[in-house]
Design a protein around this ligand. Structure first.
Ligand code: ADP
Length: 840
């Protein structure tokens, strides 16, 4: 049935092979293009072509899924539909592909395949006419009767649909104006038919046969609709949904809304979501947004990328604990016991935490301050936070803020971004599943800043009790009440916490531990914990106090106990190997040499009998050296101080206190001062102050060998070792003066003295911070005399009595007192009591 007149399709057509869906003449279909050949066709024909003819392509249905075999052209269905590509949309997500909107024009038969690459092109024979059918032509005989019946059935079907929908009304009008011959194709494409049935309609080249094939499909659809209407009569609202038509043109292509199967799946899914939304007990505003999004979701085809986004959003919303909370079980006495059991020492911190909890017990709606624990690493800040959650019976969640430099980490991304997510606060709430957990904001001092905004500013809103009842995450875009969340922050130093953030928090200092405290912590907590972790029992491994002390002094140098815990872990591992080996060794076997050496006590006891495996392994001095290697830290203090021009200062770092050597040397030159060791501006100024004070007082202290100026013909170099670490702060002033005084006088500084203090040009010593940490560091380093500013006397109260008893504190108000205390036998001066003179 070739056409002799009317519109002609080209006799050579590029072929688009589809394996999903059948395009029928008169209908429009969306085709996803992702195979190599089809992509080529789109790129070189559709996108490059300029004439209308170049947009006509042949669509061959029912091609085997080409994914399996992309090289060879699969066998082609002989009949296809010539179609007009009316729209091409390209996308790179999730992989490069195009989506074509094609309107079917007429059938064709492939007469000869001309080429296969880069896309197939075939010589084709047009099977349908494209011009208007002349009236009356097919209206007689059996065909006329068939077409009449088909037309009436179509009218009946459209009559059953909701005429208020514009597309249905338009379809109704079209039914009258369309030639009846086109109806089987148009309707078969619209109603619910399988691909196989559509293919049968396509293959029915003869018009009569086509009517015969399509009519039962139409009747089936009408019957199905009748049944549906009957069953849903009781729920008139649903009718509209069943009969609603997807908007999308006169020929809605692949699916008419009557295609119930997919719709049902969809609606099941969304109905479930809707139920969850209603059960989530969210506040009014959030519920409204959710319902709006749900409505949008229902109208969206699943293939749309936005569908997944909206779904994820709704899933997130229903999972949030809008009104789920735990009840606090606060008992101050129990809390005290629990805190004491979990943590040794830290009295000040525990007292403040208990106060805080007590106030909460009396007034549950407390908009209290946010506690911020500040101290060196490993002093138990995080674990106190965890204990607080435990005493309150609340969920605990830790949010690590170190290195966070994007404010969307806190407040989420807007949903318009691909891959957008809520921030860590909302994510944390979702994880814990209740709206009143304890959130530990770890390392707030390590928040960064970048082009993506300032996360500290975003945290302000989270932490401010006046604002956080309506915290709005960008992703959620509706307020979430954070006022029930208990925030605790930790930091190593307050210096790098932005002032606005610091202002909202109550800082609790957690200083480092003394050696004795560390020994206690090790024996009460760390050793039992490590034994358990390694599957050992106290009957298998014993670490005496002396050994612990040795680990602390020779293998660790820290304010906290983290590296001590690691070293104990290393000992446990080594013993675990021995114990595991011992279990295999038969009892009669003699103990290994090392075993015997370590286990001197048991050797005495067992008097010649092989050590039974239950004998504890006692870690003594030798065993420790075996396991941990030679000591990492030796006391180098006395060695360093064998030359003039060296003094020991005390420094404070976020890691705790440290002792710091200051070295000076002089050489011939023009009176220049060189400073090395990565010093900050304040430290450089201290050095200049020290030199100036010494120059002006050179005569008093007999430093200038008769020359008028101290620096005449001399260069001085001051160095602060650990050159890779940046140092700053005024507290090294007294150390620099002492070091230079030693260099210039040629006398040695006492090797057991350390000092700290800021200086002024007139030789006064001003107070400095971090005294407790500094004193503990000096004690760790076995120093005996410590010079601190007089006005820091009050800070000595914080120092544990046993440490205080070991040390000799010199409280200095002037540099003269410092020098007298730093040198053996004092520092001689020509004038007695210069400070008294200056006061007169
Ligand atoms: P931080 O958060 O201050 O860096 P952590 O809380 O992580 O330190 O503590 C490190 C380890 O030290 C934990 O195992 C903790 O139990 C232990 N620890 C620290 N201080 C104490 C203490 N006073 N009593 C008992 N254990 C402690």
């Amino acid at each position: 049935m070739s056409s002799n007149s009317g519109i002609q399709i080209p006799s050579r057509l590029p072929l688009l092979c589809t394996h999903d869906g059948v395009l029928l003449p008169g209908s429009t279909m969306r085709v996803s293009v992702d195979t190599a050949r089809n992509m080529q066709l789109v790129k070189s024909r559709l996108l490059k072509g300029t004439s209308l003819k170049s947009t006509i392509i042949g669509v061959i249905p029912n091609t085997r899924d080409p994914e399996h075999d992309s090289d060879e052209l699969p066998s082609l269905h002989s009949i296809g539909t010539a179609g007009l590509a009316v729209q091409v949309v390209g996308s790179n997500w999730p992989k490069p592909h195009y989506t074509l909107l094609i309107t079917g024009l007429c059938r064709f038969r492939v007469s000869q395949l001309l080429r296969e690459r880069p896309f197939p092109v075939a010589e084709v024979e047009q099977l349908d006419k494209l011009e208007q059918y002349t009236e009356g032509d097919p209206a007689d005989g059996e065909l006329g009767e068939l077409s009449q019946r088909f037309y009436q059935a179509a009218v009946q079907l459209v009559g059953m649909l909701d005429m208020s929908v514009p597309v249905v009304a338009k379809l109704r009008r079209l039914l009258d104006s369309l030639p009846k011959e086109t109806l089987p194709d148009v309707l078969a494409a619209m109603i619910r038919t399988s691909n196989k049935e559509k293919l049968q309609v396509l293959d029915a080249v003869d018009l009569e046969e086509r009517f015969k094939k399509a009519l039962p499909l139409l009747t089936r659809q009408i019957e199905g609709l009748k049944l549906l209407q009957k069953t849903r009569k009781l729920r008139p609202d649903d009718d509209k949904r069943v009969l609603s038509i997807r908007k999308g043109g006169v020929f809605p292509g692949r699916q008419f809304s009557l295609d119930e199967e997919a719709e049902d799946e969809d609606s099941d899914d969304t109905a479930l979501l809707e139920r969850k939304v209603k059960a989530a007990a969210m506040p009014e505003a959030a519920l409204r947004v959710c319902l709006k999004e749900l409505r949008r979701l229902k109208k969206m085809p699943q293939s749309m990328p936005e569908y997944a986004l909206t779904r994820n959003y709704l899933e997130m919303m229903v999972e949030l604990p809008w009104s789920k909370s735990t009840t606090d079980c606060l008992d101050i006495r129990a809390a005290r016991v629990l805190l004491d059991n979990d943590h040794y020492a830290m009295e000040k911190l525990k007292r403040r935490v208990l106060e805080y909890l007590a106030v909460r017990q009396l007034k549950s709606t407390l908009k209290g301050p946010i506690l911020c624990f500040v101290g060196p690493p490993g002093v138990g800040k995080t674990s106190v936070g965890r204990s607080i959650a435990r005493t309150l019976g609340r969920e605990f969640h830790r949010i690590a803020l170190g290195g966070v430099c994007d404010q969307s980490d806190i407040r989420g991304h807007r949903r318009t971004y691909v891959g957008s997510m809520p921030g860590r606060i909302i994510n944390g709430l979702k994880t814990v599943g209740v709206n009143n957990p304890v959130f530990l904001l770890d390392e707030v001092d390590k928040l960064g800043k970048s082009l993506q905004g300032d996360p500290a500013a975003a945290l302000l809103e989270v932490l401010d009790p006046e604002q956080n009842h309506s915290f709005t995450d960008h992703y959620l875009n509706v307020p979430f009440d954070l006022s029930q969340v208990l925030f605790i922050a930790t930091a190593n130093t307050t210096a790098s916490i932005p002032p606005a953030l610091l202002d909202r928090m109550e800082v609790l200092q957690v200083p480092g531990y003394t050696q004795e405290e560390k020994v206690e912590i090790a024996h009460r907590h760390l050793i039992p914990h490590q034994l358990e972790q390694h599957g050992l029992t106290p009957q298998q491994l014993q670490i005496p106090q002396d050994t612990t002390l040795e680990i602390i002094s020779k293998y660790t140098r820290e304010a906290g106990v983290r590296s001590l815990e690691r070293k104990i872990g290393a000992v446990c591992r080594a013993v675990a190997v021995k114990v595991a080996e011992g279990q295999k060794v038969t009892r009669s076997e003699a103990p290994t040499e090392q075993h015997a050496e370590q286990n001197t006590e048991s050797k005495v006891e067992d008097s010649g009998i092989a050590a039974p495996p239950e004998m504890p392994i006692v870690i003594d001095h030798i065993a420790l050296k075996d396991i941990l290697g030679p000591p990492l830290f030796e006391m180098e203090v006395s060695e360093r101080l064998t030359l003039p021009g060296v003094a020991i200062g005390l420094a404070w770092t976020p890691m705790g206190g440290e002792i710091m050597f200051v070295e000076a040397s002089r050489m011939e030159g023009e009176g220049q001062l060189t400073l090395t060791g990565q010093l900050g501006d304040v430290m450089k100024e201290s050095a200049h102050l020290a030199i100036s004070w010494l120059r002006s007082n050179a005569k008093t202290y007999l430093l200038n060998d008769g020359s008028a100026d101290l620096l005449e013909g001399t260069d001085i170099h001051l160095h602060f070792p650990a050159g890779a670490v940046t140092k700053d702060g005024p507290s090294a002033g007294v150390t620099i003066v002492t070091c230079l005084a030693s260099l210039l006088s040629g006398r040695l500084v006492r090797s057991d003295v350390a000092m700290t203090g800021e200086i002024t040009l007139r030789g006064l010593v001003l107070p400095v911070g971090g005294i407790k940490d500094k004193v503990l560091a000096a004690h760790r380093a076995n120093l005996k005399r410590i010079i601190i500013p007089k006005r820091n006397e009050k800070d000595l109260e914080e120092i544990p009595a046993n440490v205080r008893a070991d040390l000799d504190f010199v409280l200095a108000g002037t540099l003269d007192e410092v020098l007298n205390a730093a040198f053996d036998g004092g520092f001689p001066s020509a004038v007695n009591h210069p400070q008294v003179l200056s006061k007169l």
